[in-house]
Design a protein. Structure first.
Length: 478
């Protein structure tokens, strides 16, 4: 799939280009056009024009039909999307087939269903009432779109996380300008092809490729014509975007980084806890914001848990590469740092040797560490790789104190058979999401997002509609 911009209903490749590198073996997949300030300007202008034109006049039922048409288009090109996602990210093909592409389809269908079933949620509600001293009045609330929404999506789950924002933004009647990560442009381009075929008004969806600082990302998030920004990515980038948006007081929705804890109590099903921690720490080689990097285990089962987790990590194969050589080097630098800080390496700790073309790719070993103090950088900082540090605790209060002693607060897991403990502990963990005896079990209608340095706002179901539309009260005296 050739990466192209999509602006005002037209595909274009103007601007300088940069290479797209396959993380599996380091080969060049093609080139990507870098959007200039002028291209970004054109995209924002096209979005504004769409809002003044046919797209701005569409009703909830029409928008729901458009979202379903996009979902059907992704389904019809399912294997193309899988191929593009695997090529860009290097992830196992089964992951793309069972998670990335189905969830993208589900995102569009979920918001079509929500919009069609509850059009008033994004459109209007009524409150009959009265005003003291002036007689009766009718108050009603119209929910109108924000306008031009800039969406910045990351490289780790590029199709899933971009559609997670695009679908509700379009559902509410906004016009979208998407800038995907420069590392993973292919499924975004393919999605633009699907949207073009689905017949959305020109300019309702626009796509620009490029880098972030002093490039397309900065041009877009600082653009005076952008009315809202939705971003998923690392916390430092979120802070930079917020500074860029501040001059125009542009509202933001951020899903940022995490240093996610797991609490494993002695009464837990140990098999389930080990299995769940393998999934939560090493899925997509730890390159998911929800992955577990800090594991706290009740002391009576600590030794057995560490042995079993280390054995499972050592046996993993086919887990996929880091997204780039730079990110591989970053993760390996944390492995070296952990040793310097005094860690015991239970499993992994380096780069694997496969004896095939993967050796020129960007792979690192799934790694289990113990023995570090809570002040260690490896315990405090987000690595975003296949690594976790395991430490013991003695009491429930200590476990909570350890889990909450972090600048991040995205997601956590709690492993226990004690129902009272589960209900007692879960609300006290300072994360936006708490999974009990599971991990990443998602219902698209539930709120998704973090606290502290892990984000601002919530996405999912009606929570996304709340961000992508604004209520306007109309009061009519009778």
């Amino acid at each position: 799939m050739k990466a192209e911009h999509y602006v005002g209903g037209v595909f274009r490749s103007d601007g300088p280009s940069f290479p797209l590198i396959a993380p599996v073996d380091g080969s060049e997949l093609g080139t990507v056009p870098e959007a200039t300030r002028e291209v970004v300007d054109d995209a924002v202008t096209a979005a504004q024009r769409a809002l003044r034109g046919p797209w701005g006049a569409t009703g909830a039922e029409e928008r729901a039909a458009a979202l379903r048409a996009v979902a059907d288009g992704i389904q019809a090109r399912f294997d193309e999307f899988v191929d593009a996602e695997v090529a860009d990210t290097g992830r196992p093909r089964d992951f793309a087939r069972t998670v990335d592409v189905p969830r993208a389809i589900g995102n569009f269908r979920a918001y079509a269903d929500l919009l069609y079933g509850r059009p008033e949620r994004a459109y209007t509600t009524q409150v009959p009432g009265w005003s003291a001293g002036t007689g009766q009045a009718l108050n009603y609330t119209v929910r109108r779109p924000l306008g031009v929404v800039a969406i910045i999506s990351p490289w780790n789950l590029p199709l899933l996380l971009s559609t997670w924002k695009i679908a509700p933004a379009l559902a509410c009647g906004n016009a979208v300008v998407l800038k995907p990560s420069e590392e993973t442009p292919s499924t975004a381009t393919l999605l633009a092809r699907v949207i073009d075929d689905a017949g959305l008004s020109d300019g309702a969806f626009n796509l620009v490729h490029g880098h972030g600082p002093a490039a397309a990302g900065e041009f877009l998030t600082g653009h005076p014509g952008v009315d809202a920004i939705a971003f998923t990515g690392e916390s430092a980038t979120g802070a930079a975007i917020m500074r860029n948006a501040a001059d125009h007081v542009t509202p933001v929705s951020f899903e940022l980084g995490g240093k996610n804890p797991a609490l494993v109590f002695a009464d837990a099903d140990l098999d389930a806890a080990v299995d769940g921690t393998v999934r939560s720490s090493f899925t997509h080689s730890g390159q998911i914001c929800l992955c577990t990097e800090r594991v706290y285990v009740d002391r009576p089962i600590f030794d057995e848990f560490v042995v079993r987790l280390g054995e499972r990590a050592s046996a993993l194969d086919g887990y996929g590469p880091m997204i780039s050589a730079a990110h591989r080097d970053k993760v390996l630098s944390y492995y070296r740092l952990a040793r310097d800080e005094g860690a015991t390496v239970v499993a992994g700790g380096g780069a694997p040797a496969f004896g095939d073309e993967r050796d020129t790719g960007f792979h690192v070993e799934p790694t289990v560490l113990t023995g570090l103090p809570e002040t260690a950088r490896t315990v405090r900082e987000e690595v975003f790789g296949p690594v976790c540090h395991v430490a013991p605790f003695d009491t429930e209060d200590e476990a909570l104190a350890l889990a909450n002693d972090s600048p991040y607060g995205l997601a956590s897991t709690v492993w226990t058979r004690d129902l009272s403990r589960a209900h007692r502990v879960a609300p006290r963990v300072e994360t936006g999401i708490v999974w009990v005896n599971c991990w990443n079990l998602r219902d698209l209608r539930t709120p998704f997002g973090g606290v502290k340095a892990s984000g601002i706002g919530r996405e999912g179901g009606e929570y996304s509609l709340d961000f992508f539309s604004e209520p306007v009260n109309v009061c009519i005296q009778i």
